[in-house]
Write a protein that binds this ligand. Structure first.
Ligand SMILES: [Zn+2]
Length: 681
């Protein structure tokens, strides 16, 4: 009964392969990411949010030089042998009482808190002082926590049929849902699943392509994606794209087996399939959840279509016939990202002629010789202006704000709650750039969420659902406006609203362009897990969805000999994805709710809630709920609305939408999906 995150934790710690930083970063980008909480190798996503609290920053960053070292292969065997031991303890068929269930849960929470804290401490040391020893110590804590959690989930089955009070019932559900890869009870099948999952992950990790044939070095996905992002030579771009996508083909059979085994585990837990289990974490039925997503997609689709039309036109101007298709779709390799999921890397090709922003935060910080601590204090100042508390002294004593000169560390920004209480920390390597300034505000969003829900029972110390934590950090970062910068004395004059357009476009290339991709990944997986899509149609179904939602088409013919889903990290890695879609919509809802509370009435993209106690009250009331109530209640507490709603995002981008429509006059908007979605032209 262990989750994929558990396995991933083991695998990565245990050195079944080396993890490249690009994989981590890719993964963090989509989550922290976005549940990017799912930090470095793994762990914090591994037991839902509860057992390991760390969120990293969603923004794409350059790969760091720090090394992640391979670990002793001997320990893999130990871990695999260890699992069946816990699993033989099948629950005795005695009649349980509500009082027993309560006592069981109290003990379980106390125990998990203790083990989780030990793991966090080991994880912190490991990431801020990378050595073989710290990796092994951290792996060891990880293993203990996994083992105990596995037992507890199994023991909890005794209480399944009881009529429990709502809070207690919720805790049992949260415990059970911490398995994103449910495994069958049968020990042999369980072991097979472990191995298949590990080998898929490993195939991705070891994936290489040699773009220059034998003459140049072979590259992994981090280098290939970077080259694809920077190159403006279509022959090279196509070479990187097709080369990397070869990584999927050998995974196909194993992926099909993985789906079978994981589904069996889900059925044994009482779910229709693994996809249904994933959707059970949203306080509604899987069908309702799917329908809600479709509703929201329809709200943002007009904006996406205008952006698509505009970018397509610019790409055709740049690349000519190679970018043009009669059906209006964009060839998937030309958008500056291996998966065409975010398009910010082609900003230079689509930028409007307006003047660049009148200020550069990074330059200003450097001129003023702002120290890393002062940069973080700007962030703290933002939250204090909302009436939130001062950060604990230990935050300043224990955080890592710059790269140490004498040792390897993981520099990727992340926010920690080491004791699931007041011991919160930031780990980041600041250089005084604009990105750093935004990162600090974002990460402190996670920190203040931790501090607000720390008095909740252990299992409720988490975001209201897995889209909330990231959305909070991003909502705060949206408040970094010229007006805010003027108030804190970083700039003197506020540029006119017309100067906002380049920034809005740049933001949309990442946040809006991502939406259909964020949606289709799990749409594909839900269909695969439910059996609606059979292995013989894996690739066809993948491209059908990409074309339908994203309007992008394969640059070369594809077939069922390929397995393009395998070329996207989260598929072989088995990380649920729809949370990233949710976070991108929620952040604008949260932001608008705070702006309204602050009494702001201007254009939404110019709103900063800096200095508003009323906005802070709204924010804190929701943060303090943690995961104690169904997420619609948390949403309602802050926004007055109990559902996901894209109208705030649409309002934010309204000036851009107007401008795009103007630019797109005479262009045929949208696209038609090809009869054969795997055909290039
Ligand atoms: Zn984050």
């Amino acid at each position: 009964m262990f989750s994929n995150e558990l396995l991933r934790g083991l695998k990565k710690w245990r050195g079944s392969r080396r993890v490249t930083l690009r994989q981590i970063i890719d993964k963090l980008n989509d989550r922290c990411l976005f549940l990017r909480r799912e930090g470095l190798y793994f762990v914090n996503q591994f037991l839902s949010a509860h057992l390991y609290s760390k969120y990293s920053h969603p923004k794409r960053r350059r790969p760091e030089r720090a090394k992640l070292r391979a670990m002793s292969p001997r320990s893999i065997t130990l871990a695999l042998l260890a699992f069946p031991l816990f699993l033989t303890a099948a629950p005795a068929p005695t009649v349980a009482t509500v009082a027993e269930a309560q006592a069981f849960m109290d003990r379980a929470e106390a125990e998990l808190l203790k083990l989780g804290t030990l793991l966090q401490r080991a994880g912190w040391v490991q990431e801020t002082y990378i050595t073989d020893d710290t990796e092994l110590l951290s792996a060891s804590e990880n293993e203990k926590l996994i083992a105990r959690t596995t037992e507890l989930i199994d023991e909890a089955r005794r209480f399944e049929s009881l009529n429990l009070p709502a809070d207690l019932k919720r805790k049992f559900l949260l415990l059970k849902l911490s398995l994103t890869m449910p495994a069958p009870k049968d020990a042999k099948l369980r072991e097979e699943l472990t191995q298949v999952a590990a080998s898929l992950d490993s195939s991705y990790g070891k994936g290489k392509y040699c773009p220059g044939g034998g003459k140049e070095p072979c590259l992994g996905i981090d280098d290939l994606d970077e080259r694809l992002a920077k190159s403006r030579n279509t022959k090279d771009i196509l070479n990187y794209w097709t080369g990397w996508h070869k990584v999927g083909a050998p995974m196909r059979t194993r992926y099909a087996r993985f789906v079978e085994l994981s589904n069996q585990g889900a059925r044994e837990l009482g779910f229709a399939d693994t996809g249904a289990l994933w959707r059970a974490g949203y306080d509604m039925t899987p069908e309702q959840f799917s329908a809600e997503l479709e509703r929201v997609w329809k709200e943002v689709e007009p904006l996406y279509k205008e952006l698509h039309t505009y970018v397509r036109h610019k790409l055709i101007q740049k690349y000519g016939a190679e970018a043009e298709r009669t059906d209006g779709m964009i060839p998937a390799h030309l958008l500056g990202n291996m998966w065409a999921q975010e398009w910010g890397n082609v900003y230079d090709l689509v930028a409007p002629p307006q003047a660049p922003p009148a200020y550069d935060i990074g330059e200003i910080l450097q001129q003023r010789k702002t120290t890393p601590k002062q940069t973080v204090q700007f962030g703290e100042g933002f939250f204090k202006s909302l009436g939130l508390q001062t950060l604990p002294d230990t935050f300043w004593q224990r955080s890592m704000l710059t790269r140490p000169a004498d040792r390897d560390v993981v520099c990727h920004a992340s926010a920690w709650q080491v004791d699931l209480d007041r011991d919160v920390r930031l780990k980041v390597c600041l250089h005084g750039t604009t990105d750093d300034f935004i990162t600090v505000h974002h990460e402190l969003g996670h920190i203040y969420y931790y501090l607000a829900y720390r008095t909740q029972p252990f299992l409720f110390r988490s975001g209201a659902n897995d889209g909330f934590h990231e959305a909070i950090g991003d909502a705060i970062a949206l408040s970094i406006t010229p007006e805010y910068l003027q108030k804190i004395g970083l700039i003197k004059t506020i540029p006119p609203p017309a100067a906002d357009l380049p920034l809005l476009l740049r933001t949309a290339l990442d946040k809006v362009a991502f939406l259909p991709f964020g949606l289709m990944i799990d749409k594909w997986r839900w269909e695969v897990f439910s059996g609606q899509v059979k292995p013989a149609d894996y690739n066809k179904a993948w491209w059908q969805l990409r074309e339908q939602y994203q309007g992008v088409a394969p640059p070369v013919d594809r077939s069922e000999a390929d397995f393009d889903p395998g070329a996207k990290y989260h598929i072989p890695d088995n990380t649920p994805y729809v949370r990233y879609f949710l976070a991108r919509i929620y952040q604008f809802q949260f932001y608008r709710a705070m702006c309204r509370a602050a009494g702001y009435t201007g254009p939404l993209n110019r709103c900063s809630v800096y200095g508003s106690k009323a906005a802070g009250d709204k924010l804190e009331a929701m943060l303090a709920m943690g995961q104690s109530k169904p997420w619609p209640e948390a949403m309602k507490r802050m926004t007055g609305d109990d559902r996901i709603d894209a109208s705030a995002m649409m309002e934010y981008f309204q000036p851009l939408l107007t401008w795009l429509k103007e630019q797109n006059k005479g262009e045929k908007a949208g696209w038609t999906v090809a009869a054969n979605p795997m055909k290039a032209h």
